[in-house]
Every structure is written in structure tokens, then in C-alpha cells.
Design a protein. Sequence first.
Length: 116
Amino acid sequence: VQLQASGGGLVEAGGSLRLSCAASGDIFTFARMGWYRQAPGKQRELVVLRQHSGFTEYADYVKGRFTISSDNAKNTLYLQMNNLEIEDTAVYYCAARPPPYSTDVWGQGTLVTVSS
């Protein structure tokens, strides 16, 4: 399985972006999918993780602003980001655990830059 993230860019604080993550496999079979981010000089951190059951975990710093969704027909995961803050500037990665569920697969990352 391969993941291709896209949709990053430059946006002003308070603005919105939608990230996409296209998978080469059937995402309905994935155990989980989610988004992570890595800001300059910082470790990679969880943004949101959704289990196959539908249980979704958002990081506190994005709750109420970011929303994960998917289109199973397109095998694509989305991240709608609203009310962006300068602190949201980071490279965003999508990740998934596809069959046979032994390891996570990562996309290449897409850069989001939020300006004041």
C-alpha cells in the first residue's frame, strides 16, 4: 500500500485548508488511518487517529478545529483544518495500518505554513 498526501500550502492565520491522502489500497480494510505532523525542530506528533470501528481520537490542540473524514469509494482520507493558527505550521503526514496489520505505512508529507 502507498499513501500520497496533498493539499498543503500557505494560508493566513484563521484560514482553512483541506488535506487529502490517497491510498493505493482499499481503505475500508485498514485497521486505522490518521494524520500526524512535525513542526520544525520538533518531534512528530499525533493530530488525529481513526480506528476501523469509527472511534476517533483528536489531539487536544486541534479539537473543534480539525475534522477527519474519508471517501471509501475514492480510497481517500481527508483532514479539514479550520481556524488555522501559526502553531499549526508543520509537515503533515498521513498514516495507515493496512492488511496484514503488522506495520504502519506513511505518506510522504505535505507542508502547511500558516502566516500571521
